[in-house]
Design a protein around this ligand. Sequence first.
Ligand code: G6P
Length: 371
Amino acid sequence: SAAEKDGYDWFMRKEIFEQPRAVADALLGRHDGDGLLQLDEVRISEDELREVDKIVIIGCGTANYAGLVAKYAIEHWTRIPCEVELAHEFRYRDPILTRNTLVVAISQSGETADTLMAIRYARQQKARVLAVCNTNGSTIPRESDAVIYTHAGPEIGVASTKGFLTQLIACYLLGLYLAQVRGTKFGDEIAAVVDELAKMPDHVQCLLDSAEQVYELARTYAGTRSVLFLGRHAGFPVALEGALKLKELAYIHAEGFAAGELKHGPIALIEEGLPVFCVMPPRGRDQLHDKMVSAIQEIRARGARTLVLVEEGDEEVTRYADELIRLPVVPTLLQPVVATVPLQLFACELATAMGHDVDQPRNLAKSVTVE
Ligand code: G6P
């Protein structure tokens, strides 16, 4: 009913707007003021965590994309080799697991059969399993050695939104916790990241406050046949997630690419008027930023309409952008938390404009309990 939806037309839209609260709840009580992480729920001992020599992150759909982001952060902070794999692929390829492998299973519902079968298999192989889950007492956390709950609150819309953002937060916390336990980062370095995480609810709120710009853009694309999404580094999973949302809700062809891969094939798809979302990496010391500017220049020269997500104050890409969507200034590894939000708003509004049922997209289920 309308009351349950708090006056929003869809649960999905309501859940998008709940994200500042959800992100704050995911962080709540998990660090002291000085950046020391308190993840008591991780019932794997510190000694065991120090012995971990490989991390394998598994999940399906949106949860898999949260895992892709997690890999960048966890490897960078802990120097532990980290793989990300779709749960159904992992389960059936005879993966190499030992008792020093930490398997991180990400699942909003905690009931996805593909992910459940994969953790059962991992535990048979003696790996330790840690679940990142939103649903208290669901099957996946019950069958895991430990769990970090994401505290997003119930997610009803089939397309995951606040589930995804809080999975990112939980994975960042896990990475920082491992870095703390293993001593790969100093306390003040961890505290600096925690401070940035603490700003995320306000950043997300700012993006929601300017939703109308994205809605207007989305309405102009109702009926478009195809949309591409480009990103690099942590922006690459954002591109994949942006594309998945459009497939799920608007039933239009949408694909995410790593921008560096363009020249190896996908650039052949670029044609006059094709909308291409581009996630600009934050300005930093590395060359990612400039490489992305060149990629945007290239596709624009071939007639694409460039819809560029770029941080406040970065003007280098302005003249190659048909539309600018401004993002708050955040560290590269945390950018997915903010960059995903406009893409959620875009998909929700485009599907609405096309007359689709946003909460119950055709052929999809909120949680898939068969393999
Ligand atoms: C289904 C949903 C997706 C979701 C995936 C994983 O396919 O339609 O939106 O990302 O399951 O769900 P989970 O509950 O395991 O995160």
